[in-house]
Design a binder for this molecule. Structure first.
Ligand SMILES: [Fe+2]
Ligand SMILES: [Fe+2]
Length: 473
């Protein structure tokens, strides 16, 4: 079951050819997807050979195959992890009951909303990253961008399979609408705010893949626990692909930091911008911006929807099996909230704090990433000069219980006047964005890097770093 049938028009490991109605419906959606890809996918390079990985089976080891592919010929398909024998719902009110192979009627709308919200992020990020190929700092990075893009397209397929396969006409309509919305479009925007932001430069791209794709990791992790088994199996395989996107982001920023340290030491005044690099203060402001935007994606700290998702067995906690009690009843979560201008601790029923729990896991993961970035600084001998820090989870929030107040980087409440005075030092200014944009010119010579970023430590799939990852000629 694990190996993927590539003889079909739509590669899959779900025995699609035995369900003719579903197969036909998806084959009707396929040309619409390809039209969308041409219209909104990577600008340029569609006729070029790109050294891409493609899933060939869903086993843990050796699941991917690498070769030159033209992006429109990429074999987007439907790949689910294998079914687990006798799997039961792992949490909530149905804990211990057999998992569902069909959508439970009472949860149909809720489940559809969960799937559509996740699905919408996949094409959105492709749209946001559409123009980045024109300014890639190297062929290695250009290839990584396209790898992320085709796999986000694959993730859209994963979700559309669930919509078509389990939600009838409603699901087919939702699948069509996924191709109609556009990132940043005023009339038909993408559902979540971070996916309507602009991604005009590579510092933004690497922040996005570090922080926003990492939100995806945690959402998929929670859905991989789902009692709706097809969703759980779908998300488990998506997580395998997602790891590379996070790698691209983390190592991208790490290489910018590395280069920034080198240029700092080269300049007599330590002026990184004078050397054409990206200074650490600018990197920090971009980190503050994208980290805080990504925190919003988890939803409100106190949420009855989140409680319902958990109770119904649709969306679990990160690594649910690591908890002793899977009901999350008669327990509380302590949370600092604003009362009359002051922060006070309050107790929230645990089920209502599920978003906050997931955000907490995410924050811990982000802290590990930041400590690896700081290791780059330390190795450069500049630990006394620079340190990258994550702001408080209350900083610069537009969703949830902190959205109506202002907080400094450490999460202390401040007045609106203080915020207006300080914020330009904390978040990227127009001048920062203009400066970063001014550095963005393409480098398409094998092995060469733009001046503002260090070379990667190794290439992709054991290839040398000067490999021709994209045949641009
Ligand atoms: Fe994705
Ligand atoms: Fe991703």
């Amino acid at each position: 079951m694990a190996s993927i049938d590539y003889s079909q028009r739509i590669p899959n490991n779900v025995d699609l050819s035995s369900n003719r109605r579903l197969q036909r419906a998806l084959e009707k959606w396929q040309p619409r997807f390809l039209d969308w890809w041409q219209e909104m996918g990577p600008e340029g390079f569609q006729a070029k050979d790109v050294y891409l990985r493609t899933a060939i089976n869903t086993d843990k080891g050796g699941w991917a195959h690498f070769d030159y592919v033209r992006m429109p010929d990429y074999r987007w398909g439907i790949f689910l992890n294998d079914r687990e024998q006798d799997r039961t719902v792992g949490f909530g009110d149905h804990a211990g009951e057999p998992v569902w192979q069909e959508v439970p009627g009472e949860y149909r709308n809720m489940l559809r909303r969960v799937i559509v919200t996740q699905a919408d992020t996949e094409p959105a990020s492709v749209e946001q990253q559409r123009y980045l190929g024109a300014t890639a700092p190297s062929l290695y990075d250009l290839r990584n961008l396209f790898q992320v893009n085709v796999e986000e397209g694959r993730h859209l397929w994963a979700m559309v399979y669930l919509l078509h396969g389990y939600f009838g006409r409603d699901g087919r309509n939702e699948a069509d609408e996924l191709l109609d919305r556009r990132a940043g479009n005023e009339d038909k925007p993408r559902i979540l705010d971070a996916f309507n932001q602009r991604c005009p430069d590579w510092l933004t791209f690497f922040c996005f893949t570090t922080f926003t794709d990492r939100d995806g990791k945690y959402q998929l992790g929670a859905l991989a626990e789902s009692g709706f088994d097809p969703l759980a199996r779908t998300c488990r395989f998506m997580l395998t692909e997602e790891a590379h996107h996070l790698f691209v982001g983390e190592t991208g920023i790490g290489r910018i930091i590395q280069r920034s340290c080198d240029l700092y030491k080269e300049d007599p005044n330590g002026d990184v911008r004078a050397q054409g690099g990206i200074d650490m203060a600018t990197i920090q402001r971009f980190v503050n911006y994208w980290y805080s935007y990504s925190l919003d994606l988890f939803g409100s700290e106190v949420s009855s929807n989140a409680a319902d998702f958990f109770a119904s067995g649709l969306k679990g906690r990160w690594k649910e099996e690591s908890y002793d009690d899977h009901s999350a009843l008669n327990q509380v979560h302590r949370l600092a909230v604003m009362r009359e201008g002051r922060l006070v601790d309050e107790e929230v029923p645990l089920r209502n704090a599920m978003n906050e729990l997931l955000r907490g896991e995410y924050r811990k993961d982000c802290e590990k990433v930041v400590s690896r970035w700081n290791r780059v600084i330390r190795k450069a001998g500049l630990a006394d000069t620079f340190e990258i820090k994550l702001p408080s989870t209350r900083f610069h929030r537009r969703q949830g219980v902190y959205a109506d107040a202002h907080f400094d980087l450490d999460g202390n409440p401040i007045s609106e006047a203080e915020w207006n005075e300080q914020a330009p030092g904390w978040l990227p200014s127009e001048a920062d964005r203009d400066y970063v944009a001014s550095l963005m010119s393409p480098v398409y010579e094998p092995g060469k890097m733009a001046n503002w970023i260090a070379a990667p430590r190794r290439g992709i799939n054991g290839m040398p770093s000067d490999y021709v990852y994209v045949r641009t000629h």
